[in-house]
Write a protein that binds this ligand. Structure first.
Ligand code: MLT
Ligand code: MN
Ligand code: ZN
Length: 317
């Protein structure tokens, strides 16, 4: 057995560490003066800054599987010592990387890992296509550390293991969200453009369902949501027209593959009947009023037993 870094203990429970809880752009976003970003900068808003979307998952507290590689990855690694063991002159606790889609906020951090060993990289055929064409990070990394690609099946049935995922079993399911703007099939959706993942602890039998980009609750998803002990799902927008009303964009939440929280058929309605012990929103856009801890929207979530994730949040499943 490999030795733990001094001060870390070996765990036998699944641990999830939120490295970044924000959607693309982070919070505050560099060029944004929406009430949230402006209020956070001025100190007039009770809210926490957040980096871009990524989590780390471990079955033993030593080896970690990184879900998505955010542009903020270097700061995220600095903020989480478990990812920095000192067993050799060059070392990392990140044993593998899983990509949920090929979007900028979930992939560009891969370039920052170029000094290491070949990356054990898990993604779908569709994301691999994007990462070798429209967003050719795998090709670029071929000139540095290299990528050992492992294909993620999206049939929602086949469970697979991941390097460093000791005691954990993974099942991916195709989701309706959206391929990135630079994808050769942006307007021609395919299974595997975006996925959700059940991560199951084979020792306790408990599982988390993780889906940071989720545009529509299709029937095949319902069992994944119903069976989960913990859900971590798309928290991007409160309303469908949030960015339109702020004059930021002409795009609606659903146009870019995100189910809003409020309203009929929204995420609150989806989460309310679930038996999951923890219901957590992640990938939160900087315009979302739930980031304001004093907002009525945040109070509404609390009443529904729904948590808003934050950078540094630790979850045991
Ligand atoms: C999205 O998921 O829609 C993204 O956050 C967009 C982006 O990264 O620009
Ligand atoms: Mn995103
Ligand atoms: Zn903003």
């Amino acid at each position: 057995m490999r030795r733990a870094r001094r001060g870390t203990e070996e765990h036998t429970k699944m641990r999830i560490h939120v490295l970044g809880a924000a959607a693309g752009g982070g919070f505050p976003q560099w060029n944004c003066n929406c009430p949230n970003c402006d209020g956070l900068r001025k100190g007039t808003l009770r809210a926490q800054a957040r980096t871009q979307s990524s989590i780390a998952v471990s079955g033993n507290g030593i080896d970690w599987v990184l879900f998505n590689a955010s542009p903020d990855i270097l700061a995220q690694i600095r903020s989480f010592p478990a990812l920095q063991p000192a067993r050799g002159i060059r070392d990392t606790g990140i044993r593998s990387v899983v990509l949920m889609d090929g979007q900028i906020d979930h992939t560009t951090g891969l370039l920052m890992l170029r000094e290491g060993k070949p990356l054990e990289l898990y993604c779908t055929d569709m994301v691999r296509e994007d990462m070798t064409t429209g967003n050719p990070l795998f090709n670029i990394l071929g000139h540095y550390c290299g990528v050992n690609w492992h294909r993620i099946p999206t049939d929602g049935r086949e469970a697979f293991g991941v390097a460093g995922g000791e005691g954990l079993e993974f099942t991916a399911v195709a989701l309706k969200s959206k391929a990135p703007p630079y994808s050769p099939h942006r307007d021609n959706p395919h299974d595997g453009d975006n996925i959700g993942m059940r991560i199951r602890d084979t020792r306790s039998g408990t599982n988390v369902f993780y889906a940071p980009g989720l545009g529509e609750i299709e029937p095949h998803l319902v069992p994944f949501l119903n069976d989960a002990d913990c859900v971590m799902v798309d928290g991007t927008f409160w309303t469908d027209d949030e960015m339109v009303r702020l004059g930021i964009s002409r795009k609606r939440a659903r146009d870019i593959g995100h189910l809003p929280q409020s309203g009929t058929g929204g995420m609150i309605e989806v989460l309310t009947p679930l038996k999951a012990r923890r219901k957590i929103l992640i990938h939160i856009n900087n315009t979302n009023p739930i980031l304001n801890e004093d907002s009525p929207e945040r109070a509404e979530l609390a009443k529904a037993g729904i948590e808003v994730s934050f950078d540094g949040m630790d979850i045991e499943v």
